[in-house]
Write a protein that binds this ligand. Sequence first.
Ligand code: DON
Length: 307
Amino acid sequence: MNFQALLDDIDAELRPELGKAGRVASYIPALARVPAAQFGMALRTCDGEEASSGDSAVPFSIQSCSKLFSLTLAMQVIGEALWERIHREPSGNPFNSLLQLESEQGVPRNPFINAGAIAVSDRLISALGAGAKERLLEMLSGLAGEPIAFDAEVAASEAATGYRNVALGNFMKSFGKIDNDVAAVLDFYFHQCAVKMSCRQVAKAAGYLCRDGAHPQAGNGSLVVSERQARRLNALMLTCGTYDAAGEFAFRIGLPCKSGVGGGIVAVVPDRLTLCVWSPAVDESGNSVLGTRALELFASRSGLSIF
Ligand code: DON
């Protein structure tokens, strides 16, 4: 399949739509300043073939796409015990909702809503201590094959205005489900959300998800996660990766996806490729409007689907 031509066609078709629908997330002040009229796509096949279009090399705040990578790190270092405090069901609620946490005694519905990612952060700090942030960057840099960093301004902006995340952390702590100091847990969480990467880097870094867990860097030969864990990550992406729009994503796109409120979405075609799309204007569920449409066009024109 000529993936480059496909991405070029999708870019040409959607670029005139830039700025017409959705809004750049404004509840994190540093994100509100990002120009909306940007649109990039990048993919990488299991064999290392790459294709990209538009603003695919522009670094953006990956936000909740990072939850995929922090969960991967937690699966590596904690294993099965991770699931003692995190469920694996779609929430059907907004990503930052507190509602279910009360009736479910402080155990988050899944690792991709904010509460779940904060719980994962807590377990990582227990396992890795103060070095957890560095360890995440090391993992990402190894996967992408180039240095990956936090955007300090975005991390500070999240910390200054993350009232809901502070509430979620403290609420879980009140149920005895957070072991560490809530401020330390949130410091890790805010930094992971503030990781800055381009579509090309994300598509490459996520490569283990389409290769049964094998490291995406050619010649590395190691496993990032086991085949079973890679399948589970894909299952969680499909059912929970786009929050209260996960059903709609499965219906319209049919691929495991993980979105971020910075406008990025990473998608996996198991055994074929990983794809990252980015356009900053998001809808009410926090998913990129143009990114979603781009994935829909990609899936329908390529015929690629997990179903
Ligand atoms: O904690 C937050 O609210 C943001 N840093 C991340 C949320 C997010 O990316 C939701 N995704 N679509």
